[in-house]
Design a protein around this ligand. Structure first.
Ligand code: AMP
Length: 368
């Protein structure tokens, strides 16, 4: 995938395929014009690559010229009229073959026909590399067509988007970028929630904290809340099946998100596998696991301090906190390996001021 100005494009027709197509076209044209010297006329700017390659592939003698169709405000006539700039050759009695990069609505083609109509040519032929059959509205004859393309925006190989991309060897089409999904990882109290809130705006990602979703459900006394409460209050993990379903629902509720920061999920290998499968179905993936590394003593201190104001039962006493660490050590910590094996693990020093840690995270997020 490539980015031109504000948009993303993916390769659609490879350079090799373009070359094959042009070689074939050149041979066909040669067969039909072998007994004379045709004048190939490339329409600038878009056709410069096609014309150059076509002419090189043309096995016989030929002449080449380039013209530009430019709009000017007619003095007598109303509205815009196109004129041809650059044609200096005498074309009387010649076979002129127009080389176009793309024909879509046919407006340019119509203008070309109009301009050449009174030039007393022997014959006028049209060769285009690309032809958008779904949008072509004119009945005018096109003699040689390289490739049929659907009604998609195309760029590259001479074609541009806001002036850019003409130098690309392949032809690309507009695409919606795939999602960016990041697992923000670390033991309880590592600062995942605080950092996710700061980073989600900077990267326009949706922050999903499974702990927050559970607490919301407990507060609103939903079925899910009632189920989760007994586990959470003790500092145990909520069963995988429940958590995975909830996570999927949260993602589906935000179907238009550019991507997600997963905070507190996955916490078991089963959850990590479920998340991978779920994202794959959506044509997406986890771009990276970014882990905040903080020594346990400091974490206990942070959690007890948070417990003074958070109102969270699981932050209130040291036994519950220790149990959460046990859960983390037994079930969650192994996920470091799970993502490291995929080359997706990024460890960050989680000790410092909030700003310092945000800065460290930003450096990694920028790469993902
Ligand atoms: P947190 O707010 O991330 O510290 O989560 C608080 C509690 O919610 C945990 O101790 C678990 O009881 C429960 N919880 C949150 N996320 C998960 C998860 N992915 N799997 C199982 N339980 C979870």
């Amino acid at each position: 995938m490539i980015k031109l100005r504000d948009k993303y494009f993916e390769s659609y027709i490879r350079a090799e395929k373009i070359k094959q197509t042009i070689d074939q076209m050149a041979k066909i044209v040669y067969k039909e014009c072998a007994d004379e010297i045709p004048l190939f006329v490339g329409i600038l700017n878009g056709s410069f690559m096609f014309a150059a390659d076509f002419i090189r592939a043309y096995p016989g003698q030929c002449e080449v010229s380039f013209v530009k169709l430019s709009s000017y405000q007619g003095v007598q006539s109303k509205g815009k009229v196109k004129q041809l700039v650059g044609l200096t050759e005498d074309v009387t009695n010649r076979t002129v073959i127009i080389l176009e990069d793309i024909i879509d609505t046919g407006t340019t083609l119509e203008e070309i026909y109009t301009i050449f109509r009174n030039k007393k040519l022997k014959q006028l032929k049209i060769a285009t590399l690309l032809y958008k059959h779904d949008v072509y509205k004119k009945g005018l004859h096109i003699d040689y067509i390289g490739l049929h393309v659907p009604d998609k925006f195309v760029v590259g190989y001479g074609l541009d988007y806001v002036g850019l991309g003409r130098n690309l060897n392949d032809i690309y089409t507009l695409t919606i970028p795939t999602m960016t999904n990041i697992v923000l990882f670390g033991p309880p109290g590592a600062g995942k929630g605080t950092q996710a809130e700061l980073l989600k705006d900077k990267y326009t990602l949706k922050h999903i904290s499974t702990g927050d979703v559970f607490r919301y459900n407990i507060k609103n006394e939903t079925e899910l809340g009632k189920l989760a409460k007994s586990y959470m209050d003790k500092g145990d993990l909520v069963p995988d099946e429940v958590t995975i379903n909830m996570l999927k629902q949260e993602v589906e509720r935000n179907a238009d998100a550019k991507g997600f920061i997963f905070d507190g999920f996955p916490r078991t290998e089963e959850q990590a596998i479920a998340l991978d499968n779920f994202l794959t179905e959506k044509g997406a993936t986890i771009n990276g696991m970014v882990a905040l590394e903080v020594p346990e003593d400091l974490l206990v201190e942070r959690l007890l301090k948070r417990g003074e104001t958070s109102g969270r039962p699981d932050d209130q006493d040291e036994d519950k906190i220790r149990n959460r660490f046990n859960e983390y050590q037994n079930k969650t910590a192994i996920l470091k390996d799970y993502y490291a094996k995929q080359g997706k693990y990024y460890g960050i020093n989680g000790v410092g001021t909030i700003e310092e840690i945000t800065e460290r995270l930003t450096k990694v997020f920028d790469k993902l």
